[in-house]
Design a protein around this ligand. Structure first.
Ligand SMILES: NC(=O)c1ccc[n+]([C@@H]2O[C@H](COP(=O)([O-])OP(=O)(O)OC[C@H]3O[C@@H](n4cnc5c(N)ncnc54)[C@H](O)[C@@H]3O)[C@@H](O)[C@H]2O)c1
Ligand SMILES: [Zn+2]
Length: 346
């Protein structure tokens, strides 16, 4: 799953690459927000004169209908297997555009240009592409490498604060599972001044984990830390009037999973307290409420998790900052107890 990742480098590399592959057509995929905030800069800097396909933003549009409309427009643009698709946007554009390109005429070249923090540090690295199907996230997709991942942290300037907070969820996760120095830095310097170094370090962490286990048979599972419980929390609030962004739910998921880990004796009470105080502070602006029945329904969602095996809940649990274990079988009672003890839900 090797692909070059360039951060804040000269845009001429993109143009040069398009010439090298002799692209017969170049098309840029955007949503209305990246069209407004990112497209002008991208075209000006890269001098790429491709046409544009625009879709509607939002996870609810990461679906088969939108995918079909992308294929249709690719056909209408006369794209062939020798064409180039440039995905300019967040994880939704990257995952769906990458999947569209990987399947169109059995696969053509594409470049990821992530424009959200989450997609820079996470979604654009590792080659997972796809769409949601029948309410299930990332149900249909492929593993496939883009030709290039092109990161320009300038795009973060227009990103709304809650989207930054969401991306920080994955940044915090990376630090906790793999880099205690970064964890220390995040705790001591809550305001980020150097996005380039932060993104670079996070890309390195994700790349290293993915390289060790591209198909997620073992160690790559540590990237799921916070995600079993986090996904269930995210799904639960999805259709309420207080929906959460993915990374916000992951912050909560990490907090709850840390309690399970502490109660198991895997994470020390001292570390658990230190980390959970920090995590709680990250999401203190979100006020949520949940009843015992809500916790039960979150548990049902966890039971459907792709990471389980033999009907057992399997979690990736933190051992200490910088170190994480995986495939830990956890009982429903442990999860319910930790959800209740988390103080996250009013
Ligand atoms: N492939 C993977 O390994 C992987 C990993 C993590 C997440 N994901 C996927 O990524 C998706 C989430 O990604 P996301 O958080 O980037 O969401 P997103 O793509 O929905 O973007 C979030 C919002 O920010 C807007 N936006 C994007 N760039 C902007 C900019 N520079 N300025 C202003 N607004 C901008 C978008 O239009 C959207 O409204 C999910 O579908 C998730 O499943 C994939
Ligand atoms: Zn995530």
């Amino acid at each position: 799953m090797k692909h070059p990742i360039k951060i804040n480098k000269s845009y001429s590399i993109i143009n040069q690459m398009a010439r090298e592959i002799k692209a017969d057509r170049i098309v840029i995929l955007v949503d209305e927000n990246t069209s407004k905030h990112c497209l002008k800069r991208f075209k000006k800097k890269s001098r790429i004169k491709g046409s544009v396909i625009q879709i509607q933003s939002g996870e609810q549009n990461k679906d088969i209908d939108t995918l079909q409309s992308i294929w249709e427009q690719m056909l209408r643009e006369g794209m062939t297997r020798k064409s180039l698709l440039i995905n300019l946007g967040g994880g939704v554009i990257g995952d769906m555009g990458g999947f569209a390109a990987s399947t169109y005429m059995r696969g053509m070249t594409f470049i990821q240009v992530p424009t959200t923090l989450l997609s820079m540090v996470d979604a654009s690295v590792g080659g997972k592409l796809g769409i949601d199907f029948r309410q299930m996230k990332n149900m249909v997709g492929v593993f496939n490498a883009p030709h290039l991942v092109w990161i320009d942290t300038h795009y973060l300037k227009t990103l709304p604060a809650d989207e930054i907070q969401s991306g920080m969820g994955e940044v915090i996760k990376h630090s906790l599972i793999a880099d205690k120095q970064l964890w220390k830095q995040l705790r001591n310097h809550p305001t980020i001044s150097d996005w380039k170094s932060l993104v670079k370090r996070n890309v390195e962490i994700k790349k290293a984990v993915v390289a060790a286990d591209p198909k997620e048979q073992g160690i790559r599972k540590i990237l799921n830390y916070g995600h079993t419980v986090g996904h269930a929390i995210e799904s639960h609030y999805l259709h309420t009037d207080s929906p959460l962004l993915h990374g916000q739910a992951i912050i909560m998921g990490m907090l709850v999973e840390n309690i399970i880990s502490r109660d198991r004796g895997i994470l020390s009470p001292k570390h658990c307290h230190q980390i959970n105080t920090y995590l709680a502070d990250q999401v203190k602006n979100l006020s949520l409420s949940a009843s015992a029945t809500d916790f039960e329904s979150m548990l049902l969602t966890m039971a459907k998790d792709k990471k389980n095996s033999n009907g057992k809940l399997k979690l990736s649990l933190l051992q200490k900052p910088g170190s994480c274990t995986y495939n830990v079988t956890v009982s429903p009672q442990e999860v319910l107890r930790a959800l209740g003890a988390s103080n996250l839900f009013g």
